[in-house]
Write a protein that binds this ligand. Structure first.
Ligand code: FAD
Length: 385
């Protein structure tokens, strides 16, 4: 469960790549709300985004622990993995539930980065967290499905060739169970764009290429249905543990970045004739943030170890995501406080990382929903919704 020493070269390689993308690169993109095309290209070329794709499909077939180390190092270097992290894990649904032909057709291109699969269309404006109430429909018409509806917060849709889409194929009242009747499709957005698919960017408090997506009589070939019709909710859920673990690892990286910045500033900044870090009122919050980060890191490692051993890690993946998101947000707040006024200055990068890391107690799953999961599935308390 410890971070194997053989991950050190991967960590070093990620750090070295990230060194080419310093704070000023991210500040410029942040001002322009622009996509980090060069950064994503460099990660792709180095093969890091294909970490979890098996070697038989051209990926590097690394473990979840190694993939988590990659995402953590990106964030700990001050960079941002959000513009491309989904390229690493969205393919998991295809890998686990796709047909042999679908895997042969798409995975090698995804591994090479020629095909970008980093759009994930689940959330809708009216249903929100209540995924089973989603309203987008896919109706079979000959050898196609016709899709109508709307998705929101479909991140990276403008920078992706493919989208994993969840839509209802059987009306809720006719479905044989509460979770049945939803299906997953692999949508080729290159064909669908302006052909039933319209993408509109949403400007957010941080530079996050998120969008809303309108689906109007969009035709998807039936061969792009993943697995069996009506079982899509289960397929989507099965991919969520990987997403939770990798995003938790990103939060650990963010927390490490904030703690390093704060400790170094507190050592050097002299006020009242002594380093501010000599005051317990300044050093204790840094120590507290470090303890919180380390505890969360252990849970991330446990979740990753269970995942790669093929064991059920639903509870651990959720707890890891929760603890890590809380740890990164606490570290962010502490880091601003430690820097006083300079915490607000753009050139210190702290306010940018502060805005970026704020996302993770809300998305991809919000704190309350994790607490509900633990209450219901681990503690046996009654379902609350
Ligand atoms: C920047 C960004 C990027 C995103 N990227 C994607 C993406 O790529 N693909 C995608 O599909 N989605 C994406 N999302 C959506 C994200 O997963 C949702 O925003 C998140 O799951 C919360 O859903 P919601 O916004 O609809 O909130 P709501 O469901 O409206 O909930 C609002 C608040 O109420 C709370 N709440 C709701 N119901 C309950 C309950 N029963 N008990 C207790 N509390 C409750 C929630 O925890 C939340 O705090 C993204 C969101 C953002 C902001």
């Amino acid at each position: 469960m410890t971070d194997a020493a053989d991950l050190a070269p991967i960590r070093e390689a990620v750090r070295s790549l990230c060194a080419d993308f310093p704070g000023e690169y991210w500040r410029r993109l942040d001002r322009e709300r622009a996509y980090p095309t060069e950064f994503v290209a460099a990660l792709t070329k180095a093969g890091f985004l294909a970490a979890l794709i098996p070697e038989q499909y051209g990926g590097s077939g690394l473990t979840m622990t190694a993939a988590a180390a990659i995402m953590e190092e990106i964030q700990a270097s001050g960079c941002n993995g959000a513009p491309c992290h989904a390229q690493m894990y969205t393919m998991g649904t295809l890998l686990r539930h796709g047909s042999a032909a679908q895997k042969e057709r798409y995975l090698p291109g995804i591994a090479r980065g020629e095909l970008r699969l980093q759009a994930f269309g689940v959330t809708e404006p009216t249903s929100g967290t209540d995924t089973l109430s989603l309203r987008t429909t896919a109706v079979r018409d000959g050898d196609h499905y016709v899709v109508n509806g709307q998705k929101i917060w479909t991140s990276r849709a403008e920078h992706s060739d493919l989208m994993l889409l969840l839509a209802r194929t059987t009306p809720r009242e006719q479905a044989k169970s509460r979770t049945a009747g939803l299906s997953v499709f692999l949508v080729d957005m290159r064909q669908a764009r302006n052909n039933g698919l319209t993408i509109r960017p949403i400007r957010t408090m941080m530079n996050h290429a998120t969008t809303e997506v309108f689906l109007e009589n969009m035709r998807v070939p039936a061969e792009n249905l993943i697995g069996n019709e009506g079982e899509g909710f289960r397929y989507i859920l099965s991919g969520m543990n990987a997403e939770r673990i990798l995003i938790a690892a990103e939060c650990i990286g963010d927390a490490k970045w904030f703690i390093d910045k704060a400790a170094s500033y507190a050592r050097d900044r002299v006020v009242f004739g002594r380093p501010i870090g000599q005051n317990q009122g300044v050093q204790f919050p840094i120590a507290r943030a470090y303890i919180g980060m380390r505890a969360a890191e252990l849970m991330v490692r446990e979740a990753a170890a269970l995942y790669e051993a093929g064991k059920d890690c639903g509870a651990e993946a959720n707890m890891a995501k929760h603890l890590a998101a809380e740890a990164s947000w606490a570290a962010a707040d502490m880091c601003v406080q430690t820097h006083g006024g300079f915490g607000f200055a753009e050139e210190f990068d702290i306010e940018r990382k502060f805005r970026e890391t704020r996302l993770y107690t809300v998305a991809p799953i919000s704190t309350n929903l994790i607490l509900s999961y633990i209450a219901e599935h681990v503690l046996g308390l009654p379902r609350s919704y």
